[in-house]
Design a binder for this molecule. Structure first.
Ligand code: NAP
Length: 272
């Protein structure tokens, strides 16, 4: 069965739209874009389109590559203190002379719609409720729940340990009582770990999932998205091979990507 992220994302966005209509104030998301990176511009535009669709006010603050770290931190501080602004997101990557950790840490945890600040990450790690969960893993949990995939007690393998996907994904699965194995570029016998899992979440950016699954109802979620040597958009999973033995599989595109945007809008609709 295909885990249809595109279809579910439409449903989630509609739910967010209805929720926003009922709020007594309009959420306001500010996206900070530093420099001219083409991909970043596309991502930011997609976020603005999604925000408009659900009735969230959005402002894009475009800043030049030459901005100093100090000036960027000042802009964030101003937004933290601006009562009209309910969500702040800094589009990554940032220019090399700016420390992305310092920038992330400057955002108020109550406006940190990406869920990347130490307070939100720390709360997730110690089992408390963060103000915001990171969008991609939260979207994946929504996808698993939509298809009634049991998480409790499942053997889950998370491949990739980035701060934005792999690590929070593992924490969220753990919170739901899965038994989690985290894999990365130093992991041995990856294929053996993958094929015996109930749930595999791959966030690498390379074709790392290429084996037959042992369990009939196994679930494969492909987070990876990149262009192959022919310029075609692809993911981490050899779809043709793996889909023959897995029970559920998410496609690329049309799986995790649209869920990330919908999940971000869910976050942006929260007002603290
Ligand atoms: P990342 O920072 O690019 O890191 C990649 C991770 O993969 C690292 O932890 C690395 O291990 C691990 N890795 C590399 N080669 C490996 C191998 N051969 N076997 C096992 N693990 C390996 O991660 P990311 O930012 O999470 O991005 C991963 C992919 O997901 C990218 O394709 C990105 O475009 C995509 N992505 C998609 C969405 C979406 O919404 N669809 C959102 C975010 C990311 P080490 O730590 O040991 O180096």
């Amino acid at each position: 069965m295909i885990l249809d992220g595109k279809a579910l994302s439409e449903k989630v966005l509609e739910r967010v739209r209805i929720k926003v209509q009922k709020l007594n104030r309009q959420p306001h998301l500010v996206v900070i874009l530093v420099g001219d990176d083409t991909s970043s511009k596309i991502y930011v535009k997609n976020k603005r389109v999604a925000a408009e669709k659900v009735g969230i006010k959005s402002t894009i603050v475009e800043l030049p590559d030459s901005i100093t770290e100090q000036d960027l931190l000042k802009r964030i501080d101003d937004l933290n203190n601006d009562k009209d602004v309910t969500g702040i997101l800094v589009q990554l990557p940032l220019p090399k002379h700016i420390d992305k950790n310092k920038v992330t840490m400057a955002i108020s945890p109550k406006k940190d719609v990406d869920g990347f600040t130490p307070e939100n990450v720390g709360k997730l790690a110690i089992g408390l409720e963060p103000y915001f969960y990171p969008a991609t893993p939260q979207g994946i949990i929504m996808l698993l729940d939509e298809y009634n995939i049991p998480i409790e007690g499942a053997d889950a393998v998370v491949i990739g340990r980035s701060n934005i996907v792999g690590k929070p994904m593992a924490q969220m699965l753990l919170k739901r009582n899965a038994t989690v194995t985290m894999c990365h570029s130093y992991s041995k016998d990856l294929e053996c770990k993958i094929k015996t899992a109930d749930i595999v979440i791959s966030a690498v950016g390379k074709k790392v999932v290429r084996c037959k699954m042992d369990k009939k109802n196994s679930v494969i979620v492909d987070v990876g998205i990149y262009r192959d040597s022919n310029g075609r958009l692809t993911g981490d999973v050899d779809f043709d091979l793996v889909s023959k033995s897995a029970g559920y599989i998410s496609p690329v595109p049309g799986g995790v990507g649209p869920m990330t945007i919908a999940s971000l809008m869910y976050n942006a609709s929260k007002v603290y």
